[in-house]
Design a protein around this ligand. Structure first.
Ligand SMILES: Cc1cc2nc3c(=O)[nH]c(=O)nc-3n(C[C@H](O)[C@H](O)[C@H](O)COP(=O)(O)OP(=O)(O)OC[C@H]3O[C@@H](n4cnc5c(N)ncnc54)[C@H](O)[C@@H]3O)c2cc1C
Length: 289
């Protein structure tokens, strides 16, 4: 199937883009990399009268690394992240996760802003935004606002972006060099969406106890989430594989998982336990060497 007819416009500034959104409310759809939107249009799940392309607007594909953190513009593509050597140092967990996104044709076009706005709970970027405590910057006719990633995602394919707003960038807090982290995901084929994924990080105090434990889950539930019960149980502890496994089993045992043609609820839960264990094993590996 092909999309219904639409008009196309490519503004050259954010001001112009906001004006277009304001004047054509409800009839216009923003397009960035098109890798999620075009299939939606071709399946006729959406039929906007106008597509507004962001690629003519300069300043949306910046990567700024500073002492306070890292800011990534909405039009930064997966391939830009892959090839940015300094980003691999300033945000290693993000880069490791983005290595799992899709195939190279999609990586050459797909963008951070598109993925965050699309809000697929099986996608890596929304999960990482929540796990890393990212802050999302939006602009609209009333000015700009900053939203914590945790509050940005409302449900499956649903966010708090208003129809006349544009996602500009995401800020990720400063990442200390000695922070422990790990990422693990399972998909049926390389580059497919994750059936289950876990992004974990923590700091260690002088006694070797973990603090600031973060566990981000990908591919479960209606929206990206953190496993806060498990984080609370692991904070202040000297982490071992056995402890992590017990805590993950206990906390995931209380959660419901989707059951569908691809996998039963039991399988999905067991897979997530495995992903969390593997991510912590990766995080603990340098400490055990
Ligand atoms: C075969 C295939 C496999 C894939 N596998 C994966 C995978 O493994 N992991 C993964 O994470 N993703 C995967 N994707 C999705 C891919 O990463 C997309 O690129 C991404 O989800 C959307 O980014 P985009 O730039 O293409 O956005 P678009 O498709 O252009 O837009 C997506 C949505 O976001 C809105 N939007 C875009 N930019 C903005 C903005 N700045 N402000 C407000 N709204 C905006 C659009 O209106 C639209 O609703 C896959 C896609 C395909 C086709």
């Amino acid at each position: 199937m092909k999309s219904t007819d639409f008009n196309y416009i490519s503004p050259h500034s954010i001001e112009e883009a906001l004006q277009i959104l304001d004047q054509t409310e409800g009839e216009v759809k923003i397009i960035s990399g098109g890798q999620s939107l075009m299939p939606i249009l071709n399946y006729r799940l959406a039929s906007p009268q106008l597509l507004m392309d962001l690629q003519g607007i300069s300043g949306l594909n910046h990567v700024n690394i500073s002492a306070s953190g890292t800011t990534l513009g909405a039009r930064v593509r997966w391939v830009d992240i892959e090839e940015h050597t300094k980003l691999r140092e300033s945000q290693p967990l993000l880069c490791a996760a983005i290595d799992h996104v899709a195939h190279y044709q999609i990586r050459n076009r797909g963008t951070i802003g598109g993925s965050l706005a699309h809000a697929d709970p099986a996608a890596e970027m929304p999960g990482l935004a929540v796990a890393l405590e990212g802050v999302i910057h939006l602009v609209g006719p009333q000015g700009s606002r900053r939203v914590n990633a945790e509050n940005f995602f409302l449900g499956q394919l649903s966010t708090c972006i208003a129809s006349n707003e544009i996602l500009m960038s995401i800020e990720l807090p400063f990442w200390p060099k000695d922070r422990a982290w790990g990422f693990s995901e399972f998909s049926r084929r390389k580059g497919d969406f994750a059936m289950a994924g876990a992004a974990v990080w923590f700091d260690l105090d002088k006694s070797g106890a973990a603090s600031n434990v973060h566990i981000g889950l990908i591919g479960t539930g209606e929206k990206p989430m953190r496993l806060v019960d498990a984080e609370a149980k692991l904070n202040g502890q000297r982490l071992t594989g056995h402890l992590v496994l017990d805590v993950a089993k206990e906390c995931l045992g209380q959660m419901s998982f989707q059951s569908d043609i691809q996998a039963s609820e039991k399988y999905r839960r067991a897979l997530m336990v495995e992903m969390i264990s593997k991510a912590f094993a990766q995080a603990l590996q340098p400490l055990n060497d």
